[in-house]
Design a protein around this ligand. Structure first.
Ligand code: ARG
Length: 465
């Protein structure tokens, strides 16, 4: 041993013993965030202890002490008196250590036939499952708010857009119902993900299962799972259930973002299609006239962090060999943040939709501008004069150009103007140029006619019963 090594031990020993340990603790500990899993952790441990006793692996007396002690720990956490310790790394060890203080020796038996690997996988599945339920409930409330809007305005006419250019008149109810369809599919995605995630990892132990005669069906049932997961390696090492939740959340956030964007546009002074309530708007500190759609803007932005979480967790998981690796501890913060923000966005959107009032007169005025019934005119030429659609399109195009030149809308062209483009046109054409006739004529299944909208509203109300 050289002098320098000797002195390195003597000189750096203290510093290395403290410094790296503190940093190691900082990078290793998850208690700062996984304490959110306390209820799931305690629920899982209680189910596990009861099963261990039922199987004769621990005594009923010990299991009872564990079960009771865990309830004490639960109330300490909920009462705010629990002291979380970073040195104890995570929620699992924090709870178990406190259980030991509360009940003593039997606490050491709860971890029989179990590992933190199956424990965390179980806790997290329970948590994500609750969030899927919360998302489904939040979406249900939003859908109900949209149905109320659609029912009230089933025959209110507004411009329908493509490329954000006036295309054809549609109804307010039809536009609201388009989002009902999207959010209902989101409910379907969360429901599907929930059904797939509803298998229990508990009892997979560290990775290989256990030599104790455990009953995984019993713990799965006690925790509300459909069945135990069939492969212990898979049970402790996949997080696809969280990824599916995030994927469904991302698509839902994308839908929310599109709708939020429409509300931002519609509430502007240039459009004035809707008035948002004061409850969901903010003012400006400098411009007294302003009423800003901040909630809509923030909802529009939430997709960033939610999709970000989806990508982040996918990157954490890619390339991990089976089974558990500590990388997987990085799953939680992303999912927590995405879930929190999705629930907030859903609640804010529901509130905005409930409160907003559409300006029927402005919607109708806008619907009539921009030659929105040009397609109706072309269809009339086909139906009444037997023109091929291509020719009808051409004739109508000429009339739009004429109206543009004269600075008027299509219904304001004279019959003479009309006949200059095609001599067969009669007075009857004017009946299809009005926006109400236009929407009423779109009776095809799924079309914008008020009757169709009312039928869809009724269908969804029935389905949501
Ligand atoms: N805190 C850990 C996590 O969130 C719990 C599992 C720890 N398991 C282990 N083998 N170190 O992933």
């Amino acid at each position: 041993m050289t002098d320098s090594t000797k002195s390195s031990n003597a000189m750096w020993g203290g510093r290395f013993a403290a410094g790296p340990d503190a940093i190691m603790e900082a990078i290793n500990a998850s208690i700062g965030f996984d304490q959110r899993l306390y209820a799931q952790d305690i629920r899982g441990s209680r189910a596990h202890a009861a099963m261990l006793a039922a199987q004769g692996i621990i005594t009923s007396k010990d299991a009872e002490a564990i079960g009771e002690g865990l309830l004490t720990v639960l109330s300490e956490i909920e009462g705010g008196s629990f002291a979380f310790s970073t040195a104890l790394e995570d929620i699992h060890m924090n709870v178990e250590a406190r259980l030991k203080e509360v009940i003593g020796e039997p606490a050491g038996r709860v971890h029989t036939a179990r590992s933190r690997n199956d424990q965390v996988a179980t806790d997290f599945r329970l948590w994500v499952r609750d969030q899927a339920d919360a998302a489904i409930a939040g979406l249900g409330a939003l859908v109900r708010a949209l149905l109320a809007q659609a029912e009230a305005g089933a025959d209110w006419v507004m411009p329908g857009f493509t490329h954000l250019q006036t295309a054809q008149p549609v109804t307010w109810g039809h536009h609201m119902m388009a989002y009902v369809e999207m959010f209902a599919r989101d409910i379907g995605r969360f429901t599907d993900a929930r059904a797939r995630m509803n298998e229990c990892p508990l009892g997979a132990a560290a990775l290989a299962g256990t030599s104790f005669p455990i009953d995984r069906h019993a713990t799965a049932a006690a925790l509300g799972f459909d069945r135990p997961m069939a492969n212990s390696l898979d049970a402790v090492s996949d997080r696809d259930f969280a990824l599916e939740f995030l994927a469904a959340a991302s698509i839902c956030a994308m839908h929310l973002s599109r709708f939020a964007e429409e509300l931002v546009i519609w509430s502007s002074a240039q459009f004035r299609f809707v008035a948002l309530s004061d409850r969901f708007s903010t003012g400006s500190s400098i411009m007294p006239q302003k009423k800003n759609p901040d909630a809509a803007e923030l909802i529009r932005a939430k997709i960033g962090r939610i999709m970000g979480a989806n990508v982040a967790l996918m990157m954490v998981m890619k390339g991990l060999p089976l089974a558990y690796s500590k990388d997987m501890q990085e799953d939680k913060e992303q999912v927590f943040d995405a879930a929190d923000n999705l629930m907030l966005a859903l609640a804010a959107m529901e509130g905005m939709v409930r409160d907003m009032s559409a300006n029927r007169a402005n919607l109708e005025r806008a619907a009539a501008s921009g030659f929105s019934t040009a397609t109706d005119l072309a269809d009339w030429l086909v139906r009444e004069l037997g023109l091929p659609f291509r020719e009808a399109h051409h004739v109508t195009g000429a009339l739009v150009a004429l109206a543009e030149k004269k600075g008027c809308d299509l219904p304001e062209l004279t019959l003479e103007d009309m006949q200059s483009a095609h001599e067969g046109i009669t007075q009857a054409v004017y009946s299809v140029l009005g926006v109400h006739n236009s929407v009423a004529s779109r009776q095809s299944y799924g079309g914008t006619a008020p009757d169709q909208v009312r039928a869809q509203v009724a269908r969804w109300k029935e389905a949501l019963k």
